[in-house]
Design a protein around this ligand. Structure first.
Ligand code: FMN
Ligand code: SF4
Length: 678
């Protein structure tokens, strides 16, 4: 047996966990009608197959009707959930993993204008900044019915075959009782710490009455709110001991911080550019103080740090949650001594930010995650070996090369730049976003394994491609910044890429006109502000940088707000004129009736890209499909069979931004879903 600390089993009561790596609760927003159906099941089964010891399903599964989900969560207040749970728990158990579920009442962390339009409840009227509902201060009958709801839900989960449950107590109703900042009730549920914990222990006692002493029950809680007037670390250690000593819980799953603001949430769940494992030592202190099974997750993305967390005795079980969204087969690869093959989580947080925007969680660079029913995590070998020529080594081209290589094809890639990466290489130039380069480095290492041939510094034209005598040609040439958006003076502006690449010296009084709303605009603004310039970020939209999304905005705001940066929404840059060494910006508004003139010394436009598609159109007449993609076949997941020109020599496809400006995930998904069937 291996002596790797991560691969040692852990005994949690009667349950043997096969190793030390878990996925903590994370609702990927895949439920259908609030139920964990085929898609949900497939997501967790893939991770169980990949070797994880335990998967904590859901995340914030709703126990009550007045806790409507803020993103598409499971509705465990419904009896019909039980058979769906049973299907999922059976399927995960078959793969040797344990499976539990996190239950919650969100309290004030939701909205009243959802589901049944019931008032939001909390132990005070205090509003949460993120969700903005003014809660009803709870009465005795609210407390009684919610205690019963928790116990009912726990009973359903036991009937559904779960190995255990976890109650959520950070930012939700349970710890809204705990925190002096959100509990304004009188005794017996308000006042002293003992009173503020009473609701939790009442819930736990009622749950125990229903599920018995053997069923595993844990609590995931904040051990230190890190907020003026909130729960302190000393409170957290006290609560940890009380939870243990109650004899009602079997494990502690500790986090640190508060999640009532986007910034707070980002400190609890750090993203790229922020320190790895920031709360690990704290979790270790909880374990040392309690000598009780302790779980923890917060940006422990790599195996070495996870191993350290276990070997040093800080944790009993280490959460690698987003890491498993990126690569479901981490444990299998550790066992097979293939750690280098693990697809790294780059902390882009596309997954989590998307669910808060109402979407499903997708990983920025694993397009199979959340699409397990249609997209493979392991690529099958093709029956016929083909010659595949790919032009462009950005994320789309490299994903196409990786998948084609894994299918066993002969693959040749042409790239005009000296290095691979395209827009990602540019992005990764910023210190805070340098983790992005792993998207490229991992693919290059995989391509090397599959014997893909690369020609860098090579401008490929139609002739270069045809000389290779390909069966299939993939155009993944990306795009160039699109700055031609003004009625006058397009030649006077520079692009966000010019600033990020360092091709243009930052000005001192700069307008960043950003109507793409993606990272490039803010990234350029950050460079300009860091260089000492005064920067105004202007957008015609109602809010700025919508594509960046909530948690990704946090580090930008921290970098920008303490410098000379202002934000202007609902105004549109229409034209630019030169005036000596200054630029006059003509500013209007989509709402009409506004015309202003402003003076700057530099104007930056961020407006996405225009496709670099010349080579595609040059090759089109020589192809069999004349570039056509059958969307029916693409969606159905079958090989492309369009023939429009029987005399053509090869199939031709283009993917990613070479088609239209989108994002990294879209580029990678384009490549995966096309190439898996070639
Ligand atoms: C898509 C997504 C949804 C999440 N939802 C929940 C949730 O409902 N409840 C919870 O306690 N944590 C939730 N989390 C937080 C994770 O459990 C974990 O604490 C966090 O991702 C940090 O760990 P990691 O760096 O290993 O990913 C979620 C995370 C993700 C990525
Ligand atoms: S989107 Fe980013 S943070 Fe989320 S799992 Fe993928 S790589 Fe990790």
């Amino acid at each position: 047996m291996s002596n790797d600390p991560l691969l040692q089993p852990f005994q949690l009561k009667h349950l043997t966990l096969r190793n030390r790596i878990i996925m903590t609760a994370h609702e990927p927003a895949y439920p259908e009608e609030g139920m964990p159906k085929a898609r949900y099941r497939a997501y967790h089964v893939e991770r169980a197959k990949g070797g994880v010891a335990m998967t904590m399903t859901a995340g914030s599964a709703a126990v009550s009707k007045d806790s409507p989900p803020v993103f598409n969560n499971l509705l465990v207040y419904k009896d019909e959930v039980v058979p769906w749970m049973k299907d999922m728990t059976d399927a995960v158990h078959e793969q040797g993993a344990a499976i539990m579920i996190q239950l919650t009442h969100l309290g004030r962390r939701t909205r009243w204008d959802k589901a049944f339009w019931l008032p939001v409840v909390s132990p005070s009227h205090r509003r949460e900044a993120s969700h903005k509902a003014f809660p009803k201060k709870m009465e005795d009958w609210d407390i009684e019915r919610i205690i019963t709801d928790y116990a009912d839900a726990a009973e359903r989960m036991k009937a559904g075959g779960m190995d255990g449950i976890e109650l959520q107590a950070y930012g939700h109703l349970m710890d809204q009782f705990w925190s002096p900042l959100t509990n304004e009730l009188d005794a017996p549920y308000g006042g002293s710490l003992e009173n503020r914990l009473r609701f939790t222990f009442d819930v736990l006692k009622e749950i125990r009455k229903r599920v018995g002493p053997d069923f595993i029950v844990g609590v995931r809680y904040t051990g230190d709110e890190m907020l003026e007037g909130g729960l302190t670390k000393a409170d957290g250690l006290d609560i940890s001991r009380r939870l243990k000593e109650s004899g009602l819980v079997d494990f502690l799953n500790v986090v640190r911080g508060h999640i009532d603001t986007d910034a707070g949430l980002t400190d609890v769940i750090p993203i790229q550019g922020m320190a790895n494992s920031p709360h690990l030592d704290f979790a270790g202190e909880v374990r040392a103080a309690t000598n009780f099974p302790t779980f923890h997750a917060a940006k422990i993305p790599d195996v070495a740090t996870a191993r350290h967390a276990i070997a040093s005795g800080k944790l009993d079980m280490v959460g690698m949650t987003r890491a498993h969204m990126t690569d479901p087969h981490i444990v299998r690869k550790i066992i097979e001594r293939r750690e280098d093959d693990i697809r790294p989580c780059v902390g882009a947080n596309y997954c989590l930010d998307r669910i808060y925007q109402g979407g499903a969680a997708y990983c920025i660079h694993n397009a199979a995650t959340g699409r397990e029913l249609d997209m493979p995590h392991t690529i099958a070998r093709a029956e016929t070996r083909k010659k595949i020529v790919i032009v462009g080594a950005g994320p789309a081209g490299l994903e196409a090369a990786r998948v084609a290589g894994e299918r066993g094809h002969e693959v040749v890639v042409f790239e005009v730049a000296p290095d691979p990466g395209g827009q990602i290489r540019l992005t990764a130039q910023s210190e805070r976003r340098k983790e992005m380069i792993s998207i490229i480095d991992w693919r290059m290492a995989q391509c090397e394994k599959y014997g893909v041939t690369f020609h860098f510094n090579t401008w490929a034209d139609a002739g270069t491609v045809q000389a290779e005598n390909p069966d299939v040609v993939i155009i993944a040439t990306g795009g160039m910044p699109h700055t031609e958006v003004l009625t006058k003076g397009n030649e006077l502006v520079v692009s966000s890429w010019d600033i990020i690449a360092g091709d243009v010296k930052p000005g001192s009084n700069v307008l960043v006109f950003d109507d793409a709303g993606d990272h490039a605009g803010l990234q350029a603004a950050e460079i300009l502000a860091d260089a000492g310039g005064r920067v105004e970020i202007m957008t015609p939209d109602r809010s700025f940088a919508p594509e960046v999304m909530a948690m990704n905005l946090t580090p930008y705001m921290r970098a920008l707000q303490n410098k000379e940066v202002t934000f202007t929404v609902t105004y549109r840059l229409e034209a630019v004129e030169k005036d000596g060494n200054q630029l006059i910006a003509y500013v209007g508004s989509d709402y009409g009736g506004v015309s202003k003139q402003r003076t700057f010394d530099q104007i930056v436009v961020n407006h996405g890209t225009v496709p670099l598609d010349e080579i595609y159109f040059d090759l089109k007449p020589a192809s069999t499909n004349l570039g056509e993609v059958s969307y029916e076949q693409l969606i159905a997941g079958v090989p492309q069979s369009v023939i429009r020109n029987p005399d053509g020599g090869f199939q031709l496809f283009r993917i990613g931004d070479a088609v239209s400006a989108r994002n990294t995930h879209a580029a990678i998904y384009d490549a995966l879903r096309l190439m898996k069937d070639i």
